[in-house]
Design a protein around this ligand. Sequence first.
Ligand code: PEP
Ligand code: MN
Length: 634
Amino acid sequence: MVIVLEHDIRLEDKNEIRSFLEEKGYQIREIVGQEETILGAVGAAKVDPREVELLPGVKTVIPISKPYKLASREFRKEDTCVTVGPVKIGGRRIAVIAGPCAVESRAQILETAHMLRASGAVMLRGGAYKPRTSPYSFQGLGEKGLQYLKEAGEATGMPVVTEVVATDHIALMQNYIDVFQIGARNMQNFELLKQVGKTGMPVLLKRGLSATIEEWLMAAEYLLAHGTDNVILCERGIRTFETYTRNTLDLSAIPVVKKLSHLPVIVDPSHATGIREKVLPMGLAAIAAGADGLTVEVHPDPAKALSDGPQSLYPNQFEKLMRDIEALSAVVGKEVAKIPAIREAGGAAFSVSTGRSAGSGETLVAFQGETGAYSETALKGFFHFDVTSLPCKSFDDIFTSVLDGKAQYGIIPLENSLAGSVHENYDLLLRYPDIKIVGETKLRIIHSLIAIPGAALENITQVFSHPQGLAQCRRFLDDHPAMQRASFYDTAGSVAFIAKENRKDYAAIANREAAGIYGMQVLKEGIETNPHNYTRFAIISRTEKESGEKPNKAIIIFSAPDRPGALFACMKVLSQKNLNLTKIESRPIEGKPWQYQFYMGVEVPENTNLFTQALEELKTISEDPPRILGMYRV
Ligand code: PEP
Ligand code: MN
């Protein structure tokens, strides 16, 4: 059963509840969530929940009806995020694990690891003990394989995952690996599950060849009940009558498991299909179906692979898969997980572009709006470590908070795919030369109609939102003429407002996350007229922060002199160096009527000298020396 505790429960009362349940024979797990703290009581004991409900400090008791308890959604409402070193699996990220089926040699795994890391994988896989159908097939390199895998992981900054096939390998493997993989053939090897669970280490649990979803979750329960909190479920295809593919990828298992369990779910399209050319479409389908990531087999020379060559991707196919996932991620409202370049000395904090956070360990990121704003969702997706968001009234406040050191970073919208550029922020970037852009992120904007619990769509007469929110939902509002539009300064702020007003005829248009934060209900999700609605945000920081990664994008600003062909001459410099522009935007210069500056997004090539030389040449042509507003990696 789940015991939900009162917010202000005294420690003595909590301890009383624990001892009461432990004496009855329950094992207790405490979970401190964002919204509430709960105690999970599992075991064979039987106690009337009403008896527990009477104990001081108990808010409610929820019996768990499922045979799996710790793995169930009833036990934990929020999604579990499994953290492995710098990598987080679950939540708003798509994590891609990749590597060969088996570690075959030191050179093979090192070469593969470097290539995978460059293409965007965050974890390295590779079998050292291979459970092969035939005893005459390659069985893996054993401990040597583990050594090579560890070396390749360390050389590239990627954690490593490999399959454990026997309980007596566990202790040895712990010296080399970050995540244990339980293979499909061992999903119901309960002794193995118990012993691996006892290590407390993260586990990637493959679904058995013919396992039902319930059996799979029961296997996860074994791991959780024996001591690990970090289980990643992996759908890898099941046996059906179909023989064209190696297995049948059960994509429907993803939304089913997501509803039943809080654990992250990834998909292995390689073993699911057994055919290289099917890996890419099924991998993308898995992401579209809500998977938290993929594990994919890749080999530098699949024809020579000692196992699973036909399903292993060529490096260039993997690169394409990563590019396609990047494009798809925005549609499903997630970010592709990345490994930050620099690890904070001695700390747990990582930063994608600057590698540093405040000395105190807490990283504050300023955004405009109230808690629950789209900017806040975007920043949570961008930073791959826990950050604290700092709401600001205006865009200017974001810049000053970063400048004063109150926040280490800020997030500012630069452009929306429907509404165009946010000029105010371009102007602020110019006004504050000590602020630099250090990264960027995109968010798909999905508007929801939000009201107080118990309200009904047909009774809504007033809809509050930022003018942009109202404009972007015009078709929906036109179809509901009873709803009057009311402008508000902020989308999330309008949700806070209707929560305070507590009226059944009021609604707000905002991010669905704002509904959760203010205890409101979503009456309808996805009411924006055009679903291709994205906002691009820049992450800003103070100048002295140094980028740890090789930049591949720059934002520069320059002004062309007022004579024929001046802008053309500037552009020619970039063209001669073969530099690709991603954007150009002109803005009036303050105090100089009818004169303009140009903001440009430029792709910085591998050979950064070309970019530096172009800037030098631009200096000789442009009115004022060109300024770099930021150079970073996207
Ligand atoms: C593997 O990942 O290498 C593997 C053997 O997978 P499965 O257990 O899913 O067959
Ligand atoms: Mn394999």
